[in-house]
Design a protein around this ligand. Sequence first.
Ligand code: 5GP
Ligand code: MN
Length: 323
Amino acid sequence: MTTANKTLTEILDAVRERHRFVLISHMRPDGDAIGSQMAMAYALRALGKTVRIVDRDPVPSQFLAFPGIDDIEVTSEVGEDFDAAIVMECGDLSRTGVKGLEKLFVINIDHHPGNTMFGRINWFDESAAACGEMVFDLIDALGVQLTPEIATHIYIAIMTDTGGFHFGHMTPATFDICRRCAEAGARPEAIARAVYDSSTLGRLRLMGAVLHSLDLEAGGRLALSHLSLKMLADCGATSDDSDGLINLPLTVKDIDAVAFFREVTSESHRISMRSKGSVDVNRVAKAFGGGGHKNAAGCSMTGPYPEIRKRLIEEMCRSLTAS
Ligand code: 5GP
Ligand code: MN
C-alpha cells in the first residue's frame, strides 16, 4: 500500500468513527477553499454526520449564489464540541485565522508545498491541481454518491485553482474528476459565468487604475502594480474587487512574473505574486516570511512602498535569473 493510500485509509477510519465535524479553510477564502469545504460538508451530512463550516473571513460575492453557502459561519474561534476538525487548503494552522483548533483532532488535507504537517492525520499531495481534487478522492472512497451540489463545489474548486484551466498541476485525472462532476450535474458554463462574469462597476474601474499603475522591471519580464486605499475609494471599489486583477499582466507574452502590492496601512502591504513556468515566486514569498506555490504566492511587508518595492524586485530578479 502506498503512503498516500495508507493516509487515506486512516482518514476514512477517522471519519467513520467520528460524528461531529468542523470544516475549516484559510483566511480570505478562495474558490478551492470554499468548494472543498462545501463538498466535504455535503458528503459528511450524507453519511449522517453533524457538520459546521467555519471561516475567519466572509465568502467573496461571486460564490454566494452556490448551494449551501449560507451554512458557512464567519468566526475566529471554535469551541471543543467537535470530534474532529478537517482543515483544508492550509499550509499551516495559522492560515486558518481560527483559534481553538489546537485542542481538536485535526485532519489536515492540503496541496501547498511546505505544508507543516500540523494535523493528527496529514494528507498532503503537492501534485493535486486543487485541494478539491483530494476532497473528491476522499468522497469517492467514503462511498458517498456524487450529488449535483457536491459536483458543483468540486468543479468550483478545480476551475478556480487552475485559473479557469490555465495553470497548476493539471493532469488527466483533473479532467476525469471534472468529467464526473459534469456527469453528476455540475454545469461548467453556468459556474464559469457566475464566478468570472458577475463583476461590479467598481472592479472594472479598479482594473483600469491598477493597469495604469503598472510598470516593468527586469528587462520587461517583471510587472509591478500597486493598489492604494485611495485608488479603492476613488473607484468606488472594495478590496474583494481586486481579486484576480493580478493575473492580467501575465497575458502579455514577455511578462514572466508579476507582483501586486496592496496597501493595508501607510506602512504595510500585502503582496501577491504570480509567475509562468519555472519562475519560482514561492521562494520570493518565503524570503519575506510568506509562502504559497511556485507560480502563485504571497507575503506581507512593512515599510514605505518605494523601499519594499526595491527589496522585492531584487529577490524577484534572483528567481527570474534562475529560471
Ligand atoms: P494570493 O496571492 O491569492 O493571496 O495567494 C497566492 C497563494 O499564496 C495561495 O496559495 C496562498 O495560500 C499563498 N499565500 C498567500 N499569502 C501567504 C502568506 O502570507 N503565507 C503563506 N504561507 N502563504 C501565502
Ligand atoms: Mn488550492
